[in-house]
Design a protein around this ligand. Structure first.
Ligand code: MRU
Length: 370
């Protein structure tokens, strides 16, 4: 995607130095655009844990590059394989909910094992990291193509009137390597001249909607309005939302969806108002082992200060201010699970399916258990 007219992905290797990984530090957006260098596994782990990078796809791609850096570090360690195993555990422990993280680390471990010398393992890890990133971008582009059909159908029904889409959190290109999942169909529709407008949930506590989705849509010129998290239900009741598209951090093979906290409430409101509720995600977000999302998906609990404090721009500087009484404790559940029965469909790189085991496995037959 473009930032001030220049093409960027969210992760890449430094020109002329493929031992340095570069990312956009998302903690400073939308007020400052900062590029950060990552050269060690520890730095990669910190970048994921402290959310310099975030979003399921980008977490996976960053972990992929992290494992490549791990092979470089392993060259200097007494046991190459033991060092890799430790790095894999270290990276996987940084954020528990987005399954793309473990998926990318395991894909790297399986690929690296095939190398017969240490140098060959390094080369394989490099290639696999690039493949994971390229694949993520390409799958998101395809999600855009699939979701565009849905937007066109709504536009047709509305006789060309504006299509209003509500989204939660940031499942845009910042959450992936490029395009985004939930935003990809929106960018595709906008680029084809369809009149789309996006209701952007602010997404407390870290405000990924207000800070990141709004910034992205602004950069791309897509009409949008930021709303407080509690507004969506009211808008749906009054016919001002034609569809909801969210991303996902983990989707069971039965169609339950873990996504940013607050998604479940939007799905309930959408269900009550007959508003279609779609979830856009690449297949790397499926958890092929878990049947019941509500009881089996680990829900990350983050530091209570993310709820107690709020970040913003004051006299040109990014500052944090206390929001709650100093003494009040806070709880910070980062994700919730929307049961499949509330999901109209899943938009994937292979097309759209219903949120149930049969339909998902029809699209991804290689995951059928024999
Ligand atoms: O905590 P985050 O910002 O990493 O949460 C992930 C998200 O951005 C959302 O849950 C998103 O909708 C799914 S990730 C594409």
């Amino acid at each position: 995607m473009k930032v001030k007219g220049e093409y960027y992905r969210t992760i890449w290797t430094k020109e002329g130095d493929n031992k340095t990984i570069q990312i956009i530090d998302q903690r400073s957006l939308p007020h400052e655009f900062i590029i950060e260098d990552l050269t060690t596994v520890d730095q990669v782990a910190e970048a994921i844990r402290d959310m310099h990078v975030r979003g399921a796809g980008l977490i996976g791609a960053t972990a992929g590059y992290g494992m490549y850096l791990a092979t470089l570090e392993a060259l200097k360690s007494p046991s190459f394989d033991a060092h890799l195993e430790l790095a894999a555990k270290h990276l996987t422990a940084t954020r528990p909910t987005a399954v793309n993280l473990a998926w990318a680390v395991n894909r790297q471990l399986t690929a690296i094992q095939k190398g017969s010398s240490s140098q060959e393992k390094v080369n394989i890890a490099w290639r696999t990291a690039v493949d994971i990133a390229d694949e993520d971008a390409e799958y998101c582009r395809k999600i855009g193509e699939a979701g565009l059909k849905l937007i066109k159908e709504i536009q047709f029904k509305k006789k060309g009137d504006r299509v209003n889409i509500l989204t939660h959190c940031n499942a845009g290109w910042l959450a992936f390597v490029d395009y985004g999942s939930a935003t990809s169909p929106i960018y595709a529709a906008h680029d084809q001249g369809i009149d789309v407008h996006v209701w952007v949930d602010e997404t407390r506590p870290r405000n990924q909607g207000a800070r990141l989705t709004a910034w992205e849509l602004n950069e791309h010129g897509v009409p949008h309005t930021v709303i407080a998290d509690n507004v969506g239900g009211h808008l749906m009741q009054h016919g001002q939302v034609d569809m909801v598209i969210t991303g996902a951090d983990r989707v069971t093979y039965t169609g339950d969806v873990a996504n940013k906290i607050g998604t479940y409430l939007k799905a309930l409101a959408a269900h009550d108002n007959n508003v279609p509720f779609y979830v856009a995600m690449p297949s790397s977000t499926f958890d092929w082992k878990i049947r019941d999302g509500c009881t089996e998906i680990p829900i990350e609990q983050r530091n209570e200060n993310e709820v107690r404090y709020i970040q913003g721009l004051y006299e040109g500087k990014i500052i944090e201010v206390l929001l709650t009484p100093q003494e009040s404790p806070a709880a910070n559940y980062a994700f919730d699970v929307t049961p499949s029965r509330l999901v109209t469909g899943l938009i994937t790189e292979r097309g759209i399916c219903d949120a149930n085991e049969q339909s998902i496995l029809q699209l991804f037959p290689e995951h059928k258990k024999i």
